[in-house]
Ligand binder design. Structure first.
Ligand code: UDP
Length: 457
């Protein structure tokens, strides 16, 4: 009966065209498609080719391409400062999106709502002008969302900017337990004020939306979830983890090196450290070399994703000294981009050294792989704190990216009693992640509420 009510109803999706955002949005679209809705994805793709693989992988969706409005000059800026894209996109894409949405709504009376990435806050006014329901997808976690919502308060209390209070980094932030000052969501971007405005816009227009869909689950962020419900008086649907429904490989923007898997096949169970810092983080040359020697100096095999663009001032791995390559010959495998979910699910993987992007964090939890946390900016700081100090399923690399600290973290996780306990807790958390998706589980039930809610539009 309910399925019948959805027949023909079409949901529009508008993702932010970045890897960590487009993947959960397409997964959500897939989940709703399985629940009987028709799907249109609005893709900001200037060249009409960037997302060709994605289009091919989702033949059951309709794609509508628009310009992102960015000039060559804008693109050059975002190449060096990826975070600048967020404010630029909200400004420059708005007229193109407005035109597209108007046209789509005019042509198809079956469109019932828009689901927009929460960062794309300008979509609120556009949807309102067309009397269209707008839900938002938060692709990150709940605890980091609360930290973002607290930014104006933290600014008033002089926690921001962090520069100038370096001596207090270890101190607790009373307003946001269990965060310390060093766990606050800082950003390395040349226009940090513009970014904070985007975040404020995101919070404001999420609170004014018809509902918030979150890629998280109750048992993971229980305390934060209840605080969120107090602060945001809109329907909230924590229906994650999404990728347990679908593999992320179908939405990868870069080609995934399958030698990662054949190489892992040659290694013993739980022996390999998988190292990847996601699609945006960047490190300095000296940090890159410290990572290399930290890995070389402990005797564990490692699979290392060195994304072109990861190292500021270097193309790829040409700076690795011969002495390093000789030391790790056969023990280390370096690729440009890996099939991460498959890697984490591989029996040979024993630990994940991660930047704690939310997708990576959830993928690691779902596969029960303990983490070495090395957050770089924004929500990653908050996620890492939860991994290491709340769920206690990883260790955080503190006190700088030095080979000694790296060796200590690897030793703790792979060789010591503390590491064993961390692994046990991780398996318990993995079990919770799996059971919330089963009938009667919190995410399962929340998804049922979401589909009935959208059907009622
Ligand atoms: N990923 C991948 N191959 C890699 C590294 C990452 O497929 O070599 C995927 C990973 O599975 C995740 C996404 O890229 O789904 C990264 O998202 P996350 O939120 O972790 O970090 P971001 O890239 O947004 O910083």
């Amino acid at each position: 009966m309910e399925e019948q009510g959805r027949k023909g109803k079409r949901v529009l999706f508008f993702p932010l065209p970045l890897q960590g955002h487009i993947t959960p949005m397409l997964q959500l679209a897939n989940i709703l498609h399985l629940n009987g809705f028709s799907i249109t994805i609005i893709l900001a793709d200037n060249f009409n080719t960037t997302f060709n693989t994605i289009r091919a992988n989702y033949p059951h969706f309709t794609f509508h391409t628009i310009s992102d409005g960015l000039s060559e000059d804008d693109k050059a800026k975002t190449d060096v400062d990826a975070l600048f894209l967020l404010s630029l996109f909200n400004e420059k894409c708005a007229p193109h999106f407005t035109e597209a949405l108007r046209q789509l709504v005019l042509e198809d009376p079956n469109i019932v709502c828009l689901i927009s990435d929460s960062i794309l806050h300008f979509t609120k006014a556009v949807a309102d002008s067309l009397n269209l329901h707008r839900l938002v997808l938060r692709t990150g976690g709940v605890s980091s969302c609360l930290a973002y919502a607290a930014i104006p308060l933290l600014q008033n209390k002089a926690y921001f900017p962090i520069q100038g209070i370096e001596s207090q980094l270890e101190e607790a932030v009373e307003e946001l337990p269990p965060l310390r000052i060093k766990d606050l969501p800082i950003f390395k971007t040349y226009n940090v004020d513009a970014l904070y405005q985007v975040i404020q816009g995101m919070i404001r227009e999420t609170k004014a939306s018809s509902g918030l869909i979150i890629n998280s689950f109750e048992q993971l962020e229980q305390f934060s979830m209840s605080k969120l419900r107090d602060d945001f008086s809109i329907p909230i649907f924590p229906i994650g983890p999404f990728h347990s429904h679908f593999p992320a490989s179908s939405s990868s923007l870069m080609s995934q090196d399958q030698t990662s898997i054949s190489w892992l096949d040659t290694k013993t169970p739980k022996s390999v450290i998988y190292v990847s810092f996601g699609s945006l983080a960047a490190i300095e040359i000296n940090e890159f070399l410290e990572i290399a020697w930290g890995l070389a100096n402990r005797n564990h095999p490692f699979l290392w994703v060195v994304r072109p663009g990861l190292i500021r001032g270097s193309e790829w791995i040409e700076l690795l000294p011969n002495e390093f390559l000789e030391t790790v010959d056969g023990r280390g495998h370096i690729v440009k981009w890996a099939p991460q979910q498959q890697v984490l699910a591989h029996l040979a993987v024993g630990a994940f050294w991660t930047h704690n992007g939310w997708n990576s964090t959830l993928e690691s939890i779902c596969e029960g792989v303990p983490m070495i946390c090395m957050p770089c900016f924004g929500d990653q700081m908050v996620n890492a704190r939860y991994v290491s100090h709340v769920w206690k399923v990883g260790v955080q690399l503190e006190n700088g990216l030095k080979r000694m600290n790296i060796e200590n973290a690897i030793r703790t996780l792979m060789e010591e009693e503390e590491g064993k306990q961390i692994k046990e807790r991780m398996l318990e958390l993995k079990e919770k992640a799996n059971s919330c998706l089963k009938p009667g589980g919190s995410s399962y039930e929340s998804l049922r509420s979401l589909t009935s809610y959208i059907s009622s539009f």
